[in-house]
Structures are given as structure tokens and as C-alpha cells.
Write a protein that binds this ligand. Structure first.
Ligand code: 6PG
Length: 241
């Protein structure tokens, strides 16, 4: 098994515990570097965490020093109900004093999604410069078939070794998406997976054993090279031994 497991009773406890951790991480990183960069995910699981950051913890963070990126985006307008940006905006970004320039959106309006992916790759590279640094934190979820971000089983994106972002077609709604890839996810200082729901338990068991092929279960390919990996799992998703 790679990574640390934090077992929580339910989604509420998971969200509260993860929110406290995220705020501590922002505080210590800002103290050290005067900046904090996080890549966030969509899906249902992180919604409560985002809300806690926007309410209980809003005053504990200097939002001017925080940069928000996205692990993946659905190729729809930002006001579409399926947009990850829209969800994160409603739960968190609209409710905290974060400057718009600190919010790094995945472009979704070009006729060619490959061009959008290339622009996002360039944006990430120009933000971090050439020193090899990357996100201080990546927040990921996992689907019941083992996908993470928009890296789905069998996708050619799983074998990407150069580009940080790529356009994909996935077997989910909506099918057209842009996703970050292993080369950038695995450079993060910390990756935290937030997992809740009993339909994830089976797949999680295989992944935590550490022997599965990431082509089958893409979440298994997230292995920070130099960073920390934390699994926040509630009891519903916790595999039985
Ligand atoms: C997305 C997400 C995706 C998500 C998983 C888990 O755009 O849908 O980024 O990778 O994290 O599907 O979703 P849940 O949290 O809803 O289980």
C-alpha cells in the first residue's frame, strides 16, 4: 500500500477533518513560500469541504495568496450545471475574498479542445516556472470504476508522459473533458483523495493493496514522486479486510 489512510466515520467527519488539514497546510506553506497552489476536483464528495472552507474556515486563510487550479473540467460553458468551475465557484470561490486572477480556469470555449489543453499546460508551466515545483496540494476523488480527475480506465491519457493537460473523451456525461495527467499530478507536494460511498469499496480494496495496473484503475497511477499521498476514506467506502 502506498500512502497514509485516514478513516472517518462519515462524509461530515471526513470533510471537517480534511478542511482542518487543508487550512493547516495553507498556513504552513504560506509561511514558508508566501503562496499556496491547489488543484481541485469536481464530483459530489468535496462539496462539503469546499463549503467549510468558505464558512467555518474562511477567516483562517489569506485567500490573496492562494491559487486555484482544476484537476479536470467538463467541456461545457462555465455556467453549465455540469461545469466543475461552476460548482467550486458556488460552494467556495464566490464566498471568499480570492482575487479572480488567482483562479486558473481550464478554457472550454475553443472549437478545438486540444488547443485548450495545450493552453492549460502552458498556464501551469508558466505559473510554476522551470524549477520543477508543482502544486502544494491536489484534491482528487475517485469513481466506482477507479477513474480519477477525468482519467478513465483504458484511456490513452494514462500513457501521457509529457503534457500536463490533455483533452479526453470519457464514458460518462458529459463525454468531452480536459484533464490533468500523471506527469503533473505526481509532481505535487501532496495528493489527498477524498472517498465516500459504498460503491467505491471494492475498487479501493484493490488500489490500497498497491498491485493493480493503473490502466484498469487509474487512481492507482497517482503516486507522488516526492510528495505525500493521503486517502481520506469514510466508513461507507472503507473496504472490509
Ligand atoms: C469530475 C471529477 C471526478 C470525481 C469523481 C468522484 O469532474 O467528475 O473531478 O474525477 O472526482 O468522479 O466523484 P464523486 O466525488 O461524486 O464520487
Amino acid at each position: 500500500m502506498t500512502g497514509e489512510i485516514r478513516r472517518l466515520r462519515d462524509l461530515k467527519e471526513l470533510s471537517e477533518s480534511a478542511a482542518g488539514h487543508v487550512v493547516d497546510l495553507i498556513t504552513s506553506t504560506v509561511k514558508e513560500k508566501n503562496r499556496f497552489s491547489v488543484a481541485v476536483s469536481g464530483g459530489g464528495t468535496p462539496k462539503m469541504l469546499y463549503e467549510l472552507l468558505a464558512t467555518d474556515y474562511a477567516g483562517s486563510v489569506n485567500w490573496k495568496l492562494v491559487d486555484i487550479f482544476f484537476c479536470d473540467e467538463r467541456y461545457v460553458p462555465y455556467n453549465d450545471s455540469q461545469s466543475n468551475y461552476r460548482m467550486v465557484k458556488e460552494k467556495l470561490l464566490d464566498r471568499v475574498p480570492i482575487p479572480q486572477k488567482n483562479i486558473h480556469l481550464i478554457p472550454t470555449s475553443h472549437s478545438n479542445p486540444d488547443r485548450s489543453a495545450q493552453m492549460y499546460d502552458e498556464e501551469i508551466r508558466s505559473h510554476f516556472g522551470t524549477g520543477g515545483s508543482s502544486f502544494d496540494l491536489v484534491l482528487l476523488g475517485m469513481g466506482k470504476e477507479g477513474h480519477t480527475a477525468s482519467l478513465f480506465p483504458g484511456s490513452p491519457a494514462l500513457d501521457e508522459t509529457v503534457h500536463f493537460a490533455t483533452a479526453v473523451q470519457v464514458p460518462a456525461v458529459p463525454p468531452n473533458r480536459i484533464t490533468l495527467t500523471y506527469p503533473v499530478l505526481n509532481r505535487a507536494a501532496e495528493v489527498s483523495f477524498l472517498i465516500s460511498g459504498k460503491d467505491k469499496a471494492e475498487v479501493l480494496k484493490d488500489i490500497l493493496r498497491g498491485t493493480v495496473d493503473f490502466h484498469r484503475l487509474p487512481a492507482a497511477g497517482v503516486r507522488p514522486l516526492d510528495g505525500k499521498l493521503i486517502w481520506w476514506i469514510d466508513l461507507t467506502a472503507l473496504p472490509e479486510d
